[in-house]
Structure formats: structure tokens, C-alpha cells
Design a protein around this ligand. Sequence first.
Ligand code: B12
Length: 323
Amino acid sequence: MARRTGLSPHVIRIWERRYGAVVPQRSHTNRRMYSEADIERFTLLRKAVDLGHGIGHVAKLPTERLRQLIALEGAPAREPAVASVLNAQRSAMSSAPAAQDSVHVEACLAAVRRLDAMELERAIARAAVALSRPVLIDQVLVPLIHEVGELWQVGTLRVVHEHLLTAAIRSFWSTIRSPQEALPGAPNMVITTPAGQIHELGAILAAATASAMGWRTTYLGPNLPAEEIAAALEFNQAQIVALSVVYPDDDPLLEHELRRLRHYLHPAIAIIVGGRAAQSYHRVLDEIGAERICVLADFRERLAGFRRQPDAPLATAPPPPAE
Ligand code: B12
């Protein structure tokens, strides 16, 4: 397959998984079985990428359209009319998700594989210079985290690789965050994960998303009991608490913690919960009036539409436990 298409097995897998470029059939032992049509499609996609198209722009094009594209652009000399068709096609495609990011994902992933902390930090920093903050988060960091998670699950990477990535993202977030980012008079948000939730990257990404939009953010790390979260909201006069819930999807302690949190907060304080396991707690989230927002783009919209309450509500956290 790799020999016939000119693509490495790794790229083939990424194009399949991340971009849905080809959906191969599976054998009864779950091995991928590529047809001639799949091979042609990968070959056309490789040529399109060689011609300068981002894989994200072309991955979902019908094969016939790809053939036309290669025939048009691969031709040695171009008539002016052809050039204008190409430009029209390019601008039509530019509304598709950008894919300049895949280069950055690959660079970061290569550094993770080599367990090269310095190179990983450099690769993230390069992406941060080249891309806007939302693109960096949505198109580089999120796919990178998910990819590392999958490679870890199948045993290609080890937990140390995941730890390296988590450490790099945590340190990247603290270096890019600057107090100047917060707009004057900006509302304040507390971001954390509830007690028992140790996966913190979703919370870090939510914090990075909010602070890039000019919010004052207080990121508290993971695994906080309800009364501490409420105390942080009270100290900072925060109006939103954003929580990330990733694993597991059936923790009764978490339900209890969420109810306790609601109990300590003024009803006007918004509780926003995201993360891959948030959906599993929809009942308790509905019960406490929390908003479930699992896509960072929706989070941005929500924050853009946020209106400060006229009289800032307070959380009423219980006093700290006696020594
Ligand atoms: C990093 C990581 C770890 C690290 C965590 C380190 C740390 N300090 O955070 C460590 C090694 C400790 C770890 C441990 C474990 N992990 Co883990 N881990 C991951 C990994 C790679 C990233 C997790 C993460 O932070 N995701 C958060 C974000 C990036 O992803 P997301 O939840 O999909 O969120 C998206 C949106 O919902 C949104 N979002 C997220 N949060 C929020 C919050 C708000 C407010 C908003 C608006 C949006 C939002 O943003 C994201 C981007 O779109 C994932 C892989 C993955 N695909 O997620 C596995 C994963 C979550 N882990 C998994 C497992 C199984 C475990 C362990 C049980 C492994 C073990 N055998 O010990 C333990 C559990 C520990 C525990 N007690 O909970 C599984 C869970 C499978 C499942 N059934 O759900 C995953 C999916 C890996 C896998 N593919 O199998 N893990």
C-alpha cells in the first residue's frame, strides 16, 4: 500500500482517521482491506498535496473531482482560463477546514515519539507563531492530544509519551498566558476539574480559549472539591465556572460533587461543563442547570455572547475545614 501510493503507513493512518479521506473495508479479523479505488484515491490525494493543497481541503472531495484537479493543475502549462478555474476552485475550498496545521501536528507528534521535550516545546512554539490561537488549539493541540491518546491505547506509545505531551502543553499554556491578555473590566472565569477528575488538558484548553478571548481566567489545575471551587469563585467574583469531565463516565462521586457545587453558588453563576464524558452526566447537569458545551468553537460563541450580570453574584463557599 505504502509502496503503491508513495505515502508512509503513518500518513495513511492519519489521513484515514483524522480526515476521513478513505474508509477501507475490514476483514473478519478487523484488518483494513484496501480496494484499487482506495489506492487510487490515496495516490490522487498525495498528488494534490504535492501540488500545494492542504489535506484538510481535499480529503473529502469526490474522487472524480480529485482527478479533475490533478489533471488541471498537474498539466505543465496553464491557459489563463484554466488558471481562473483553479483560483475559483481554491477559493471554494478555502471555506473547508484549514490543514496547514497538519504539518505542525506531525512535527509535534515526531517529537513526542522521540520523547524529545525540547523539540516538542519548539514545535508547539513554532505552531503558536504561525497560527491564530483558535487554530492552534482546535487544529493542532486537540488532534495531537487525541492522536497521542489513541497511540497510547494501542500500545504504540507509552504513558511517558503522554506525560511529556501533558507537561509541554501545561508549560506552554503558562508561558503564553499574559496578564495583558485580559481586557479591562473583563469578566472572570474559574476553570478546573471536579474532585476525582484528574485529566486536565480539556480544562487547560478551555482556559486558553477563554483567555485568548480577553477573559480573566483563573485556572486551578485538576481535581478540586466543590467547596474549593466555590471559594475561588467567591474570591474572584467570577461569574462562570468551566469544568472539564473526561473519565470515567459513571462516577457517582462526581454527581454528588456537581450537586454540592450548585448548592454553594448563586443561581446566576453559570456552570459550563465540557469534556468527552460530560454527556454521560447529562441528567445531573440538567438538574443543576449546568450547560454542556463539548466543542471549543461553541464555547467561544457562548463567551462572545456572555453578558455580565448587573449586580455581580457571589458564591458562598463554606469556611475552610479546621486544622
Ligand atoms: C492525558 C491523558 C491521561 C493522563 C492525564 C494527565 C493529566 N494531567 O491530565 C493520565 C496518564 C494520568 C491518564 C490516566 C488515565 N487515563 Co487517560 N487519557 C489522556 C488523554 C491522552 C488526554 C485526556 C484529556 O485531557 N482530554 C481532554 C480533551 C483534550 O479531550 P476531550 O475530553 O475529547 O475534550 C474535547 C471537548 O470536549 C472540549 N472540552 C474538554 N474539556 C472541556 C471543558 C470545557 C469547559 C469546554 C467548554 C470544552 C471542553 O475540548 C476538547 C477538544 O475538543 C486521553 C485521550 C483522549 N482522546 O482524550 C486519554 C483517555 C481519556 N484516558 C483514558 C484512560 C482509560 C485512562 C486511565 C484509566 C488509564 C489507566 N489504565 O490507568 C487513567 C484514568 C485515571 C483516572 N483516575 O481518571 C481513556 C478513557 C477511555 C474512556 N472509556 O473514556 C482515554 C480516552 C484514552 C483512550 N483512548 O483509551 N490519562
